[in-house]
Design a protein around this ligand. Structure first.
Ligand SMILES: [Zn+2]
Length: 254
């Protein structure tokens, strides 16, 4: 009944424990997983895992810090592979100005290319956005990304900005940070937006929720995240989980 809409089952750390990671999550009620690629190799790996496991889907794309040296053939590969029926989305792509491994221009070019691919093959986008909320919104608008929509993964913007992304046909992905004791913005976001635009995600192995903050994250923790979301909204956890599953089905056409 739960879904993890953003998990890196393709991470090196999970390689030899995949069965165990998935089955412990399933025992906790997590029945669907979207395994997200962030470069060529992890996108290939995501597709491989999704092809082998019926409950796992893939998203393929190039993260803004992973775009150095990408060639035309890599984008062609992305466009071709993303048409596989187990691939639900393009991404994670977007902007990340926290790390200075790639320039703003390089990130812009790679992002726009991936939005164009998503529109061409008619699949939604999984957006990574760090320290670039306003610019990301502007690019989504200027590229008419609303045609396919998507999710603002691990949304870290304000509650004032969230409705602006929703207006552009983007859902709001909520993960571990909403459970952090000192978190303010993600809690305000969850409490204030329309529940029909909320998605749950772990971003595992990163961003483990409280009380596992700083440790390895795994999809088994999804119920902790949804429990916190339900508490913030003053609603029932099971009902909210159902709403989130419906949102995911609608967006990703599962
Ligand atoms: Zn991620």
């Amino acid at each position: 009944m739960y879904i993890d809409t953003h998990v890196h089952l393709n991470d090196e750390r999970f390689k030899d424990r995949l069965e165990e990671i998935i089955s412990e999550a399933e025992e906790a009620g997590v029945s669907r997983f979207i395994c997200v690629g962030y470069n060529l190799q992890t996108s290939q790996e995501a597709l491989k895992i999704a092809s082998e496991k019926p409950q796992v889907y893939a998203s393929l794309g190039f993260h803004p810090t992973e775009i150095k040296g990408l060639q035309e053939k890599d984008y062609l590969w992305l466009e071709e592979m993303a048409q596989n029926e187990k691939v639900l989305a393009i991404g994670e792509c977007g902007f990340d100005f926290h790390w200075e491994t790639t320039t703003k221009e390089e990130q812009y070019e790679a992002f726009v290319r991936q939005i164009a691919i998503a529109k061409k093959i008619k699949k939604p986008l999984i957006i990574h956005c760090r320290d670039a909320m306003q610019l990301t919104l502007e690019v989504l608008i200027s590229q008419n990304a609303r045609e396919v929509g998507g999710v603002m993964h691990s949304y870290s913007g304000s509650k004032e900005m969230a409705p602006l992304f929703i207006k552009e046909n983007f859902m709001i992905g909520i993960g571990g940070p909403v459970t952090f004791l000192n978190a303010k913005a993600p809690k305000e976001v969850v409490a204030s937006i329309d529940e029909n635009y909320l998605l749950s995600e772990t971003d595992a192995p990163y961003l483990a929720p409280h009380p596992y903050r700083g440790k390895e994250n795994r999809p088994v923790y999804i119920p902790l995240i949804v429990a916190k979301m339900a508490e913030l909204r003053g609603t029932d956890q099971t009902i909210l989980a159902k709403t989130i599953m419906n949102n995911a089905r609608k967006l990703f056409k599962i």
